[in-house]
Design a protein around this ligand. Sequence first.
Ligand code: ZN
Length: 396
Amino acid sequence: MRALRPAFLAVLTSSAVLSALCASPSRAWDAPTHTALASLSLQGDPALGGLVFAESLDDFLASQGETVGQFVSELKLNPSTSFGFKIPGEASGASVRVLDVFSTYINEPDWGMDQGVCAAYAGYCGRDLAFMGAFQRGLPSQAFRHMYWPGGYVKTLNPSLPIPVHVRRPIGQAPDRSQLFFDWSVRAGRAGHPYWAARFLAWSMHYAQDVSQPFHAAQLPSPRLEGRRFGLPDVKRTVKKLTYYHLAFESYVDGLVASEPSLTTAIASAPALTGISAAAVTRAVAAKSLAQARRAADAALAFFPPLPDIDHTDPQTYLESASFQRALAARATDFAARGEFVSIASSCLAEGAGASRALVALYFQQVGSGIAVRRLPAAPARLPARLAAFAAALQR
Ligand SMILES: [Zn+2]
């Protein structure tokens, strides 16, 4: 720990303000992006091109001598989570494509399992996780599991002594959660439950993909995100800018994965990362993400229209407005800014894709066989149509 006073922190007066620095956007990639990352990066793997028989979590856990309640409390999951089936036509005993399991359940960690856990399990969360919003309610409370800041974080020395200090220790559980579900995947695979091997492996991939979003690998990705008032650094405006560009980055990438061929090519052709464990793969992704966080944030600053009336505009509302679409369209002729944004987004997504492949490779190493129990009876449907169907199913 070392005392530090970057410009934007000079006016900080409370840890509550500091904790707001990342608190609102907490999903990382939106569902269609996770789905595209899983589908495009894994579709060519022959070991995944088959079918498995769906099985409820209750049935799988019963075979392991456990109940869902034990599983939930042992893994410190949101006690009100349930684990139903989401693939159209999926039911216990029905055959489903392995790739469909990945493409759908890659999003399951965002469906509530990680929300409210610090409140539910007294003493489980260290106080510094407040800097990732862990003690808030609802969606922001899951952020600490979906982020990892390898470069550490800035906090106040203590509530009564608001001096900013830089803690050099990394923070965030993404690598641990990726490892936890990877281990469950291997356990299910070895025990002869390939459906749960795939579904847990999809959960594991989710966290590794999340930290390929640069705003999930750094507290303040670029100093240019600092907001100012009367020429002085201003924390509220900094939080507003950070939230806006974070959300804009994610929602625009969502559209790009469906429409930008260079991006889909980058994902589909990304080489597998290497790592000795799921946690190591996730940490490596976060380190690369941190290294390109500033470039990513600066590209977003150059490409997206600035927030009009920063003090009164809600970032999410503005992003969903027609005036945002108009302002963005007016800037679309700036091909250099768009090209730089697409380029850095490709680079981030390629890391997420490489991590997915790496986790599959690690799984095969440890289990010694593929996941499918039955080959596909016919050639797989064309991917773009499948992607669109998944995205539509997930939106419902
Ligand atoms: Zn997430």
